[in-house]
Design a protein around this ligand. Structure first.
Ligand code: SAH
Length: 405
C-alpha cells in the first residue's frame, strides 16, 4: 500500500457481515467468511448458482434486491463487490457513516480494509497484503505455506511440543527424498538420535538448540549399541523431550525399528511412526532399474544377506528363493554375495541371470556395476565394491540395461 495500514485479525463469529454483489468476487470471498463463523448477508438482485446454493442451505442470507444504506445497520464488516462503481461508492459512504470497515473490490485506494491472501499451516495463519498486486501476494503466501509445510521455514517456537519418540525413516540418503512428515518431525524435535545411513545433510539444518546424538559414537557391537539407543530415546522422552529417531530408508526394513517401538512401549513412552522410502525399491529406481516389469517379473523378494546361506542362524530358505522366477533384491550382502550367488545357481537359477549392484544410492558417489550370477564374485572384487549397496538379481536388470549383457 502507498499509505500506512494496520494489519489485524478479525473475530467475526456470529457478527453480521454484508457482501454487496453476487458475482465471482462475492463468491470467492463468502466461503472464508462462513468459515470464520460470520453471519453473512449477500445483497444483490442476482447471484451465482453457487451463492444461490449457499442461500438455499441456509449458510448465508440472500437479500434479493439492490443495495440500501440500511442494509449496513448492525453490521461489523462489509465487502463492496458489485461491477457498478456507483453502487460500490454508495456502499463505501454508508459504511463510513456507520464506522464500518469496507473492502472495495473495484477500488483499493477508496477502501478502508483489504482482503489478504490467506493460508493456514502449522497452527499459523499467514496473511499477505500486496501493493495492489494480488498475484504476487498469492505467490508469496504459497511459498510461505509450502515452507512451513515442508519444515524449511521453522515454526518451532509456536508449536505444541509433544513429548515422545517419533521413528522417522529418512529415505536412501538424498535430502530431497525424505517425506514431508519426516522433515516436519525433524524440525520439531528437541533431540535427534541419528544413524550412520540417515541423510546427513538434513542434520546440518537442525536448529542450534537441538541435541544431536550420533549413534555411530555409541558403544560398538550390535547388542550393546541397540541397548544404549533404546536407553537414550526412552530417557529423553521421559524427560519431556520430543525425540526423533532418525534412520536411513524405512525404520521397519532391516532397521531394528520395532525393537525401539517395543522398548518405548515397555517404558510407557508414546511412539509414532513416519515411514520412509526404503532402499531396496528406491535405490534400484534411482539407478533406472524397476523391481517389477510387466511380463518379466511378477514378484520381488527382499532379502538380508548379512548371514551366508547355510549359516545356523539364517532364517532364509535359499533353495526356495532360487525356485522363484522374479526379482531378488539383496541388502547388506556385499560380503556374502559370492556365497549367495552360488546358492541361487545351485538351486537352479541360470548363471547368466543379470545382476546390478547399485552402490551409494542417492549419494553423489552413486554408481552401478553389472554382472551375472556366474561372474558376480569376480566383478565385486575387481570393482572394489563396498557397502552400502543394493544387489538386484533378475531379468528386470536386462530390461533396464540391455547393452550391459
Ligand atoms: N532401513 C534401511 C535399510 C537398513 S539395512 C532401508 O529401509 O533402506 C542397510 C542396508 O541397506 C545396506 O547394507 C544396503 O544394502 C542398503 N542401503 C541402504 N541405503 C542405501 C543406499 N543409499 N545405497 C545403497 N544401499 C543402501
Amino acid at each position: 500500500m502507498d499509505f500506512p495500514i494496520y494489519p489485524s485479525g478479525l473475530r467475526l463469529s456470529g457478527r453480521r457481515v454484508v457482501v454487496v454483489g453476487g458475482g465471482q468476487v462475492a463468491q470467492r470471498r463468502v466461503p472464508a467468511l462462513i468459515a470464520a463463523g460470520a453471519a453473512v448477508s449477500v445483497v444483490s438482485p442476482h447471484v451465482t448458482p453457487s451463492l444461490e446454493g449457499l442461500a438455499g442451505s441456509g449458510e448465508i442470507a440472500w437479500i434479493e434486491r439492490g443495495f440500501q444504506a440500511a442494509d449496513l445497520d448492525d453490521t461489523w464488516y462489509v465487502i463492496a463487490a458489485t461491477r457498478d462503481t456507483a453502487v460500490n461508492e454508495a456502499v463505501s459512504r454508508a459504511a463510513e457513516e456507520r464506522r464500518i470497515f469496507c473492502v472495495r473490490a473495484d477500488d483499493a485506494v477508496e477502501a478502508t480494509a483489504w482482503t489478504p491472501a490467506v493460508g493456514r499451516e502449522a497452527g499459523l495463519t499467514v496473511a499477505i497484503l500486496g501493493n495492489r498486486d494480488p498475484r504476487r501476494s498469492a505467490t508469496v503466501r504459497d511459498e510461505v505455506v509450502a515452507s512451513l509445510r515442508d519444515g524449511s521455514l521453522a515454526s518451532r517456537h509456536q508449536r505444541a511440543r509433544i513429548p515422545g519418540v517419533t521413528l522417522v525413516g529418512g529415505g536412501p540418503g538424498d535430502p530431497e527424498l525424505i517425506t514431508v512428515a519426516g522433515r516436519k518431525a525433524l524440525m520439531d524435535a528437541d533431540v535427534v538420535v541419528a544413524d550412520r545411513l540417515a541423510p546427513r545433510e538434513l542434520l546440518s539444518e537442525l536448529p542450534a538448540d537441538v541435541e544431536l546424538v550420533d549413534v555411530a559414537k555409541l558403544p560398538r557391537g550390535s547388542a550393546a549399541s541397540q541397548e544404549s539407543i533404546n536407553e537414550v530415546i526412552v530417557d529423553r522422552a521421559r524427560a519431556g523431550k520430543a525425540v526423533v529417531r532418525f534412520k536411513g530408508g524405512d525404520s521397519f526394513v532391516f532397521g531394528r525399528g520395532y525393537e525401539e517401538v517395543l522398548a518405548c512401549q515397555e517404558a510407557g513412552v508414546p511412539v509414532r511412526i513416519v515411514p520412509g522410502l526404503t532402499s531396496p525399491v528406491t535405490v534400484p529406481g534411482l539407478a533406472g532399474i524397476p523391481v517389477t516389469h510387466r511380463g518379466v517379473a511378477h514378484d520381488f523378494v527382499v532379502i538380508s544377506g548379512h548371514l551366508p546361506p547355510g549359516h545356523p542362524e539364517s532364517l532364509t530358505d535359499w533353495s526356495a528363493v532360487a525356485g522363484l522366477h522374479g526379482t531378488v533384491v539383496l541388502m547388506m550382502a556385499v560380503q556374502n554375495a559370492p556365497a549367495i550367488a552360488s546358492a541361487l545357481v545351485g538351486g537352479g537359477r541360470d548363471p547368466g541371470t543379470p545382476v546390478a549392484v547399485v552402490c551409494d544410492g542417492a549419494m553423489p558417489t552413486q554408481r552401478t556395476v553389472y554382472a551375472t550370477l556366474g561372474s558376480l564374485a569376480g566383478v565385486l572384487e575387481a570393482e572394489g565394491v563396498r557397502p552400502p549397496a543394493i544387489i538386484v538379481v533378475g531379468e528386470v536388470v536386462r530390461v533396464a540395461c540391455p547393452e550391459a549383457f
